[in-house]
Design a protein around this ligand. Sequence first.
Ligand code: AMP
Length: 443
Amino acid sequence: MNVLIVGGGAREHAICDAIYRSKNTNIYSVMNNLNPGIEFLSKEYLLEKETNINKIVDYAKKKEIDLALIGPEAPLEEGLSDELNRNGISVCSPSRKAARIETDKEWMRNLLRKYEIPGQIRFESFSDVKKAKRFIEEIDCEIVIKPIGLTGGKGVRVSGDHFKGIDEGLRYAEEVVDKKIGGKSKFIIEEKAIGEEFTLQAFSDGYSILPLHAVQDHKRLLPWDKGPNTGGMGSYSCANGLLPFLPRSSYEEAAAILQEIVEALNKEDCKYIGPIYGQFMITTEGPKIIEINARFGDPEAMNVLPLLETDFIELCTSMLDGSLSNMKLRLNKKSTVCKYVVPEGYGIESIVGEKIVVDEENIRNTGSKLFYASVNKKDDFVYTTSSRSLAVVGVADSLLEAERMCEDALDYVQGEHIFIRHDIGTSQLIEKRMKHMKKLHVM
Ligand code: AMP
């Protein structure tokens, strides 16, 4: 079977790695940058912008692709799934219409409202800052300001974390309108949900879902959750599929929410096929929906895909023919800790073109997985770009062991101008999360 993967990040490297484990597959890939990991696993690749629909469709036809998977959100928004489908190629990623669950935050919130899906938070969308001010005064709680469109996780401003007081927040809202941040002169004001965040990813065939292990991502740049929001600095998951602060009942509530969303999308004539991602805040009132993504998360894909024991291609086939409810999802019962290596200055002004020495063999010998992200390869070395460089994932029986394994592997990644959040997955940070939840009386 010829499989096409679109995207050149660590998430797509993890997808390729899962597909590579299936027998009789040839991987073809399309990426912006030459990802050395994807290059190694691919039979052939095309270096091309991931949103250049015509070129990608031509390439897929030429290579007689049977099945395509699209990693990032931008080509979904451009309608790559639809165009591949129109050309007779099966795609295990949502159509442009279904991907609106991620690409249009206003539409997403309205869908939740219309179908009375649990886990909602108060919100309203605006393009007029004065009207927004009245709404904020009315709801009288801490708020979050979000551009309507895609910002790669970097456009959200949370009161108390990124701004203080209504006026400072509204200055940012004005900037969103003036500069069309996220592509539109429109923003959402949301009630700030207070608690701990977690991610639940699932496979969907448009009717039912198969949920994976819960994961906690770390969006903030600096240790102890300081600094600006980034694309994600690392993440962890536990062998039992839950998280230290996440009880089974909340996991199940979150899975039921994703199931209801898939059903609502179906009723809206937006049948959802592919991986779906829910970001939740576990609060005193249960899980609240922060965001829904129309794809795997990055880094969260790296926590769950290495654990897949069910054949990934079989899962894709079941998603496509609507038979997911007959599948049994087998996952290796291990804990994982993923830490990203990023260029120094990432999130502010990255130091670009710096050499990173990666000793792949010794990393493998620790038992960890290595996933390349955005790097340029020259001779035997890789060089930083402005984005995240590579991720290392420890996989072990306990969280503690997975964290140690990840750190052991990181010793084999050397560079003068690289940065890593070493606190991710440590017992100190986990204890901080538990304390937070106990203080809020959630635990
Ligand atoms: P998003 O791009 O929507 O995932 O938002 C980025 C980050 O902002 C999330 O990971 C949360 O930490 C935070 N955030 C977004 N919306 C809310 C909300 N309503 N309440 C609290 N935090 C939020």
